[in-house]
Design a protein around this ligand. Structure first.
Ligand code: PMP
Ligand code: GLU
Length: 394
Protein backbone atom coordinates (compact mmCIF):
# COMPACT_ATOMS: atom_id res chain seq x y z
CA UNK A 1 0.00 0.00 0.00
CA UNK A 2 1.26 3.50 -0.79
CA UNK A 3 1.94 5.48 2.33
CA UNK A 4 1.52 8.76 0.50
CA UNK A 5 -1.83 9.61 -1.04
CA UNK A 6 -2.63 9.25 -4.73
CA UNK A 7 -3.36 12.95 -4.59
CA UNK A 8 0.24 13.87 -3.83
CA UNK A 9 1.73 11.11 -5.91
CA UNK A 10 -0.16 12.45 -8.91
CA UNK A 11 0.91 16.03 -8.31
CA UNK A 12 3.81 17.35 -10.40
CA UNK A 13 6.53 19.37 -8.70
CA UNK A 14 6.43 23.08 -9.54
CA UNK A 15 9.01 23.23 -12.34
CA UNK A 16 9.78 26.90 -11.81
CA UNK A 17 10.64 26.25 -8.19
CA UNK A 18 12.47 23.01 -9.04
CA UNK A 19 14.70 24.73 -11.61
CA UNK A 20 15.42 27.57 -9.20
CA UNK A 21 16.39 25.02 -6.53
CA UNK A 22 18.65 23.17 -8.96
CA UNK A 23 20.36 26.43 -9.99
CA UNK A 24 20.89 27.29 -6.31
CA UNK A 25 22.35 23.85 -5.63
CA UNK A 26 24.79 24.06 -8.57
CA UNK A 27 25.83 27.53 -7.43
CA UNK A 28 26.49 26.19 -3.93
CA UNK A 29 28.74 23.57 -5.54
CA UNK A 30 30.81 26.41 -6.94
CA UNK A 31 29.39 26.53 -10.49
CA UNK A 32 29.03 29.95 -12.08
CA UNK A 33 25.31 29.63 -12.81
CA UNK A 34 23.17 32.53 -14.01
CA UNK A 35 19.61 31.79 -13.05
CA UNK A 36 16.93 33.09 -15.38
CA UNK A 37 14.53 30.53 -13.96
CA UNK A 38 12.50 32.12 -11.20
CA UNK A 39 10.03 34.92 -11.81
CA UNK A 40 10.85 37.14 -8.91
CA UNK A 41 11.75 40.84 -8.91
CA UNK A 42 15.36 41.45 -7.88
CA UNK A 43 14.40 44.76 -6.24
CA UNK A 44 13.94 45.32 -2.52
CA UNK A 45 10.50 45.96 -1.10
CA UNK A 46 10.07 49.77 -1.05
CA UNK A 47 11.02 51.41 2.27
CA UNK A 48 7.58 52.92 2.91
CA UNK A 49 6.10 49.41 2.92
CA UNK A 50 8.82 48.07 5.21
CA UNK A 51 8.12 50.97 7.59
CA UNK A 52 4.43 50.07 7.66
CA UNK A 53 5.34 46.50 8.62
CA UNK A 54 7.67 47.65 11.40
CA UNK A 55 4.93 49.91 12.73
CA UNK A 56 2.46 47.02 12.66
CA UNK A 57 4.83 44.93 14.78
CA UNK A 58 5.24 47.78 17.28
CA UNK A 59 1.48 48.28 17.38
CA UNK A 60 1.04 44.61 18.23
CA UNK A 61 -0.80 43.36 15.19
CA UNK A 62 0.10 39.93 16.39
CA UNK A 63 -3.15 38.05 16.75
CA UNK A 64 -5.29 36.14 14.25
CA UNK A 65 -6.85 38.45 11.68
CA UNK A 66 -10.36 38.04 10.30
CA UNK A 67 -10.17 34.94 8.08
CA UNK A 68 -10.81 36.96 4.89
CA UNK A 69 -8.44 39.79 5.87
CA UNK A 70 -8.51 43.03 7.88
CA UNK A 71 -11.49 45.20 6.98
CA UNK A 72 -9.16 48.19 6.41
CA UNK A 73 -7.18 46.12 3.91
CA UNK A 74 -10.29 44.91 2.10
CA UNK A 75 -11.52 48.52 1.88
CA UNK A 76 -8.14 49.62 0.53
CA UNK A 77 -8.27 46.81 -2.06
CA UNK A 78 -11.75 47.99 -3.14
CA UNK A 79 -10.36 51.51 -3.67
CA UNK A 80 -7.46 50.02 -5.65
CA UNK A 81 -9.87 48.06 -7.87
CA UNK A 82 -11.87 51.24 -8.48
CA UNK A 83 -8.79 53.41 -9.09
CA UNK A 84 -6.86 51.05 -11.39
CA UNK A 85 -9.51 48.81 -12.93
CA UNK A 86 -12.80 50.70 -12.70
CA UNK A 87 -14.29 47.77 -10.77
CA UNK A 88 -16.86 48.33 -8.03
CA UNK A 89 -16.13 45.62 -5.49
CA UNK A 90 -17.39 45.83 -1.90
CA UNK A 91 -15.38 44.46 1.05
CA UNK A 92 -17.70 41.43 1.02
CA UNK A 93 -16.33 40.59 -2.44
CA UNK A 94 -12.71 40.52 -1.27
CA UNK A 95 -10.70 37.65 0.25
CA UNK A 96 -7.06 38.15 1.24
CA UNK A 97 -4.90 35.02 1.12
CA UNK A 98 -1.37 33.71 1.54
CA UNK A 99 -0.20 34.75 -1.91
CA UNK A 100 -2.10 34.78 -5.18
CA UNK A 101 -1.22 31.11 -5.39
CA UNK A 102 -3.47 30.37 -2.45
CA UNK A 103 -6.15 32.64 -3.90
CA UNK A 104 -6.12 30.46 -7.03
CA UNK A 105 -6.11 27.27 -5.01
CA UNK A 106 -9.10 28.43 -2.95
CA UNK A 107 -11.06 29.24 -6.09
CA UNK A 108 -10.33 25.84 -7.64
CA UNK A 109 -11.27 24.05 -4.44
CA UNK A 110 -14.56 25.85 -3.98
CA UNK A 111 -15.70 25.81 -7.61
CA UNK A 112 -14.61 22.55 -9.21
CA UNK A 113 -16.21 19.14 -9.01
CA UNK A 114 -14.65 16.02 -10.45
CA UNK A 115 -14.68 16.15 -14.22
CA UNK A 116 -15.39 19.88 -14.56
CA UNK A 117 -13.44 21.27 -17.46
CA UNK A 118 -11.30 24.38 -17.19
CA UNK A 119 -10.10 26.07 -20.36
CA UNK A 120 -6.45 27.09 -20.21
CA UNK A 121 -5.13 29.18 -23.07
CA UNK A 122 -1.59 27.81 -23.42
CA UNK A 123 1.01 28.82 -22.50
CA UNK A 124 -0.41 29.25 -19.01
CA UNK A 125 1.24 29.75 -15.65
CA UNK A 126 2.75 26.51 -14.40
CA UNK A 127 0.65 26.05 -11.27
CA UNK A 128 -2.79 26.48 -12.89
CA UNK A 129 -2.66 23.02 -14.39
CA UNK A 130 -1.76 21.21 -11.18
CA UNK A 131 -4.07 23.26 -8.95
CA UNK A 132 -6.98 22.48 -11.25
CA UNK A 133 -6.13 18.78 -11.36
CA UNK A 134 -5.66 18.65 -7.61
CA UNK A 135 -9.18 20.02 -7.26
CA UNK A 136 -10.71 17.36 -9.50
CA UNK A 137 -10.91 19.58 -12.57
CA UNK A 138 -9.83 18.68 -16.08
CA UNK A 139 -7.52 21.23 -17.71
CA UNK A 140 -8.39 21.78 -21.38
CA UNK A 141 -5.45 23.38 -23.13
CA UNK A 142 -5.98 25.73 -26.04
CA UNK A 143 -2.63 26.04 -27.81
CA UNK A 144 -1.24 29.27 -29.21
CA UNK A 145 2.09 30.05 -30.81
CA UNK A 146 4.64 32.80 -31.18
CA UNK A 147 3.04 33.75 -34.51
CA UNK A 148 -0.20 34.82 -32.78
CA UNK A 149 1.67 36.54 -29.92
CA UNK A 150 0.54 33.58 -27.79
CA UNK A 151 -3.05 34.87 -27.64
CA UNK A 152 -6.17 32.80 -28.25
CA UNK A 153 -8.80 33.84 -30.76
CA UNK A 154 -12.54 33.91 -30.02
CA UNK A 155 -12.97 31.04 -32.49
CA UNK A 156 -10.49 28.88 -30.59
CA UNK A 157 -12.31 29.59 -27.36
CA UNK A 158 -15.70 28.78 -28.85
CA UNK A 159 -14.38 25.45 -30.13
CA UNK A 160 -12.94 24.46 -26.76
CA UNK A 161 -16.24 24.94 -24.91
CA UNK A 162 -18.22 21.78 -24.08
CA UNK A 163 -21.21 21.15 -21.80
CA UNK A 164 -18.66 20.33 -19.07
CA UNK A 165 -16.81 23.66 -19.26
CA UNK A 166 -16.97 25.33 -15.89
CA UNK A 167 -14.26 27.97 -16.07
CA UNK A 168 -11.51 29.63 -18.06
CA UNK A 169 -8.26 30.72 -16.38
CA UNK A 170 -5.74 33.11 -17.86
CA UNK A 171 -3.18 35.74 -16.94
CA UNK A 172 -2.66 39.11 -18.62
CA UNK A 173 0.09 40.26 -18.71
CA UNK A 174 0.82 36.59 -19.24
CA UNK A 175 3.33 34.50 -17.40
CA UNK A 176 5.18 33.06 -19.38
CA UNK A 177 4.62 34.85 -22.72
CA UNK A 178 4.42 38.48 -21.59
CA UNK A 179 1.38 38.99 -23.83
CA UNK A 180 -1.20 41.56 -22.80
CA UNK A 181 -4.82 41.28 -23.94
CA UNK A 182 -6.26 44.69 -24.86
CA UNK A 183 -9.87 45.79 -24.39
CA UNK A 184 -10.94 44.82 -27.92
CA UNK A 185 -9.51 41.32 -27.55
CA UNK A 186 -11.17 40.86 -24.17
CA UNK A 187 -14.45 42.18 -25.55
CA UNK A 188 -14.28 39.55 -28.30
CA UNK A 189 -13.67 36.84 -25.68
CA UNK A 190 -16.57 38.26 -23.65
CA UNK A 191 -18.83 37.99 -26.71
CA UNK A 192 -18.16 34.25 -26.90
CA UNK A 193 -18.72 33.79 -23.17
CA UNK A 194 -21.97 35.77 -23.31
CA UNK A 195 -23.49 32.75 -25.06
CA UNK A 196 -22.36 30.49 -22.23
CA UNK A 197 -23.59 32.14 -19.05
CA UNK A 198 -22.46 29.34 -16.74
CA UNK A 199 -18.75 29.70 -17.46
CA UNK A 200 -16.72 31.57 -14.85
CA UNK A 201 -13.43 33.34 -15.51
CA UNK A 202 -10.29 33.54 -13.41
CA UNK A 203 -8.43 36.66 -14.48
CA UNK A 204 -4.95 36.63 -12.96
CA UNK A 205 -3.75 40.22 -12.97
CA UNK A 206 -0.69 39.90 -10.77
CA UNK A 207 1.53 41.51 -13.45
CA UNK A 208 -0.90 44.39 -13.99
CA UNK A 209 1.64 47.10 -13.20
CA UNK A 210 4.56 45.45 -14.98
CA UNK A 211 3.13 46.39 -18.30
CA UNK A 212 4.80 48.36 -21.10
CA UNK A 213 1.85 48.36 -23.50
CA UNK A 214 0.37 51.56 -22.12
CA UNK A 215 -3.03 49.94 -21.61
CA UNK A 216 -4.43 47.54 -19.10
CA UNK A 217 -7.91 46.06 -19.07
CA UNK A 218 -9.55 43.79 -16.50
CA UNK A 219 -11.98 41.40 -18.13
CA UNK A 220 -14.39 42.03 -15.24
CA UNK A 221 -14.81 45.57 -16.61
CA UNK A 222 -16.17 44.24 -19.93
CA UNK A 223 -19.98 44.45 -19.99
CA UNK A 224 -21.57 41.24 -18.75
CA UNK A 225 -18.38 39.79 -17.24
CA UNK A 226 -18.29 41.30 -13.73
CA UNK A 227 -20.64 38.80 -12.11
CA UNK A 228 -18.77 35.79 -13.45
CA UNK A 229 -15.19 36.86 -13.00
CA UNK A 230 -12.81 36.17 -10.16
CA UNK A 231 -10.16 38.86 -10.38
CA UNK A 232 -6.91 37.68 -8.81
CA UNK A 233 -4.14 40.05 -7.83
CA UNK A 234 -1.43 40.49 -5.22
CA UNK A 235 1.59 42.49 -4.14
CA UNK A 236 4.36 39.96 -4.88
CA UNK A 237 5.40 41.25 -8.28
CA UNK A 238 4.54 44.94 -8.40
CA UNK A 239 5.88 45.73 -4.94
CA UNK A 240 8.73 43.20 -4.90
CA UNK A 241 7.06 41.35 -2.01
CA UNK A 242 7.21 37.71 -3.09
CA UNK A 243 8.19 36.50 0.37
CA UNK A 244 5.49 38.46 2.18
CA UNK A 245 2.86 36.11 0.76
CA UNK A 246 -0.20 38.30 0.21
CA UNK A 247 -2.65 37.84 -2.66
CA UNK A 248 -6.33 38.63 -2.98
CA UNK A 249 -9.45 38.16 -5.07
CA UNK A 250 -12.40 40.30 -6.04
CA UNK A 251 -15.30 37.93 -6.74
CA UNK A 252 -19.05 37.48 -6.51
CA UNK A 253 -19.99 37.39 -2.84
CA UNK A 254 -20.98 33.71 -2.76
CA UNK A 255 -17.59 32.74 -4.15
CA UNK A 256 -15.75 35.04 -1.73
CA UNK A 257 -17.72 33.49 1.15
CA UNK A 258 -16.84 29.99 -0.01
CA UNK A 259 -13.13 30.88 -0.24
CA UNK A 260 -13.29 32.31 3.28
CA UNK A 261 -14.88 29.10 4.54
CA UNK A 262 -12.12 27.11 2.85
CA UNK A 263 -9.27 29.13 4.23
CA UNK A 264 -10.88 29.18 7.66
CA UNK A 265 -10.14 25.47 7.79
CA UNK A 266 -6.77 25.62 6.14
CA UNK A 267 -4.75 28.72 7.14
CA UNK A 268 -7.06 30.85 9.37
CA UNK A 269 -6.05 33.80 7.19
CA UNK A 270 -2.94 35.53 5.92
CA UNK A 271 -0.07 36.89 7.99
CA UNK A 272 -1.12 39.92 10.08
CA UNK A 273 2.01 42.06 9.63
CA UNK A 274 2.13 41.47 5.88
CA UNK A 275 -1.56 42.43 5.65
CA UNK A 276 -0.95 45.76 7.43
CA UNK A 277 1.98 46.48 5.10
CA UNK A 278 -0.20 45.62 2.11
CA UNK A 279 -2.66 48.36 3.07
CA UNK A 280 0.16 50.84 2.49
CA UNK A 281 1.17 49.13 -0.75
CA UNK A 282 -2.26 49.08 -2.40
CA UNK A 283 -3.04 52.64 -1.27
CA UNK A 284 0.14 53.97 -2.88
CA UNK A 285 -0.18 55.69 -6.21
CA UNK A 286 1.10 53.24 -8.84
CA UNK A 287 3.49 55.99 -9.98
CA UNK A 288 5.77 54.91 -7.09
CA UNK A 289 6.53 51.91 -9.28
CA UNK A 290 7.68 53.97 -12.27
CA UNK A 291 11.42 53.45 -11.73
CA UNK A 292 11.06 49.70 -11.34
CA UNK A 293 8.79 49.36 -14.36
CA UNK A 294 11.22 51.46 -16.40
CA UNK A 295 14.07 49.17 -15.38
CA UNK A 296 12.02 46.15 -16.46
CA UNK A 297 11.24 47.80 -19.78
CA UNK A 298 14.92 48.53 -20.41
CA UNK A 299 15.74 44.91 -19.64
CA UNK A 300 12.93 43.74 -21.91
CA UNK A 301 14.36 45.85 -24.74
CA UNK A 302 17.84 44.50 -24.05
CA UNK A 303 16.80 40.85 -23.90
CA UNK A 304 14.71 41.13 -27.06
CA UNK A 305 17.60 42.74 -28.91
CA UNK A 306 20.08 40.11 -27.74
CA UNK A 307 17.70 37.20 -28.35
CA UNK A 308 17.21 38.37 -31.93
CA UNK A 309 20.92 37.76 -32.45
CA UNK A 310 20.64 34.16 -31.36
CA UNK A 311 20.29 31.96 -34.40
CA UNK A 312 16.89 30.33 -34.84
CA UNK A 313 15.18 31.71 -31.77
CA UNK A 314 11.67 32.85 -32.72
CA UNK A 315 10.37 35.50 -30.35
CA UNK A 316 7.42 37.78 -29.71
CA UNK A 317 8.00 41.13 -28.06
CA UNK A 318 6.55 40.70 -24.58
CA UNK A 319 4.46 43.67 -23.49
CA UNK A 320 4.38 42.89 -19.80
CA UNK A 321 5.57 40.72 -16.92
CA UNK A 322 9.32 39.90 -16.97
CA UNK A 323 9.71 36.86 -19.18
CA UNK A 324 10.85 36.06 -22.68
CA UNK A 325 9.39 32.91 -24.21
CA UNK A 326 11.40 32.03 -27.32
CA UNK A 327 10.34 29.22 -29.63
CA UNK A 328 13.44 27.02 -29.84
CA UNK A 329 11.90 24.14 -31.77
CA UNK A 330 14.44 24.59 -34.61
CA UNK A 331 16.91 22.73 -32.41
CA UNK A 332 14.74 19.67 -31.77
CA UNK A 333 16.17 16.55 -33.39
CA UNK A 334 19.64 18.10 -33.62
CA UNK A 335 22.80 17.14 -31.76
CA UNK A 336 24.82 19.94 -30.15
CA UNK A 337 28.24 19.28 -28.63
CA UNK A 338 27.45 15.59 -28.61
CA UNK A 339 24.14 16.08 -26.81
CA UNK A 340 20.90 15.12 -28.47
CA UNK A 341 18.14 17.72 -28.15
CA UNK A 342 14.79 15.98 -28.40
CA UNK A 343 12.58 18.65 -26.88
CA UNK A 344 12.38 21.87 -24.87
CA UNK A 345 13.35 20.11 -21.65
CA UNK A 346 16.54 18.74 -23.27
CA UNK A 347 17.22 22.21 -24.66
CA UNK A 348 16.82 23.85 -21.26
CA UNK A 349 19.07 21.22 -19.63
CA UNK A 350 21.62 21.72 -22.41
CA UNK A 351 21.75 25.45 -21.63
CA UNK A 352 22.23 24.61 -17.97
CA UNK A 353 25.06 22.16 -18.49
CA UNK A 354 26.87 23.87 -21.38
CA UNK A 355 26.17 27.57 -20.81
CA UNK A 356 25.56 27.53 -17.06
CA UNK A 357 22.29 29.37 -17.62
CA UNK A 358 19.11 28.16 -15.90
CA UNK A 359 15.82 28.55 -17.79
CA UNK A 360 12.48 26.73 -17.56
CA UNK A 361 11.16 24.34 -20.22
CA UNK A 362 8.02 25.45 -22.04
CA UNK A 363 6.48 22.06 -21.24
CA UNK A 364 5.89 23.38 -17.73
CA UNK A 365 3.61 26.03 -19.25
CA UNK A 366 1.84 23.86 -21.79
CA UNK A 367 3.97 24.90 -24.76
CA UNK A 368 6.46 22.23 -25.85
CA UNK A 369 8.26 24.45 -28.40
CA UNK A 370 9.51 27.16 -26.09
CA UNK A 371 11.64 27.88 -23.05
CA UNK A 372 11.12 30.66 -20.52
CA UNK A 373 13.77 33.16 -19.53
CA UNK A 374 13.04 35.45 -16.61
CA UNK A 375 14.69 38.82 -17.10
CA UNK A 376 14.17 39.92 -13.50
CA UNK A 377 17.90 40.28 -13.05
CA UNK A 378 20.60 42.88 -13.74
CA UNK A 379 21.47 44.03 -17.25
CA UNK A 380 25.04 42.82 -16.79
CA UNK A 381 23.90 39.31 -15.93
CA UNK A 382 21.40 39.33 -18.78
CA UNK A 383 24.11 40.32 -21.27
CA UNK A 384 26.39 37.59 -19.98
CA UNK A 385 23.60 34.97 -19.99
CA UNK A 386 22.51 35.73 -23.55
CA UNK A 387 26.14 35.76 -24.70
CA UNK A 388 26.68 32.33 -23.18
CA UNK A 389 23.50 30.96 -24.75
CA UNK A 390 24.55 32.26 -28.16
CA UNK A 391 28.00 30.72 -27.82
CA UNK A 392 26.69 27.21 -27.20
CA UNK A 393 24.31 27.38 -30.15
CA UNK A 394 26.84 28.21 -32.87
N1 PMP B 1 0.02 33.98 -10.86
C1 PMP B 1 1.07 34.18 -11.68
C2 PMP B 1 0.80 34.34 -13.14
C3 PMP B 1 2.38 34.20 -11.17
O1 PMP B 1 3.41 34.36 -11.98
C4 PMP B 1 2.58 34.04 -9.80
C5 PMP B 1 3.98 34.10 -9.25
N2 PMP B 1 4.41 33.05 -8.55
C6 PMP B 1 1.44 33.83 -8.98
C7 PMP B 1 0.19 33.82 -9.55
C8 PMP B 1 1.55 33.59 -7.51
O2 PMP B 1 1.84 34.75 -6.81
P1 PMP B 1 2.09 34.76 -5.26
O3 PMP B 1 3.56 34.85 -5.08
O4 PMP B 1 1.36 35.98 -4.76
O5 PMP B 1 1.53 33.51 -4.69
N1 GLU C 1 5.67 33.16 -10.50
C1 GLU C 1 7.03 32.81 -10.40
C2 GLU C 1 7.45 31.99 -11.60
O1 GLU C 1 6.62 31.67 -12.41
C3 GLU C 1 7.40 32.22 -9.09
C4 GLU C 1 7.54 30.73 -8.97
C5 GLU C 1 6.34 30.02 -8.52
O2 GLU C 1 5.61 30.55 -7.67
O3 GLU C 1 6.12 28.93 -9.01
O4 GLU C 1 8.60 31.71 -11.74
Amino acid sequence: MNILSDRINNLAVSQTLAMAALARELKAQGKDIISLSLGEPDFNTPDFIKEAAKKAIDENYSTYTPVDGYVELKEAICRKFKRDNNLEYKPSNIVVSTGAKQSLYNVAQVMLNDGDEVILPAPYWVSYYEIIKLSGGVPVEVPTSVESDFKITPEQLEKAITPKTKMMWFSSPCNPSGSVYNREELTAIGKVLEKHPNIYIVSDEIYEHINFSGTFCSIASIPGMFDRTITVNGVAKAFAMTGWRIGYIGAPEFIAKACTKMQGQVTSGANSIAQRATITAVEANPSVLNDMVKAFKNRRDLVVELAKEIPNFKINVPEGAFYLFPDVSYYFGKTLRGKEIKDATDFSMYLLSEANVATVTGDAFGNPNCIRLSYATSEDLLKEALKRIKEVLI
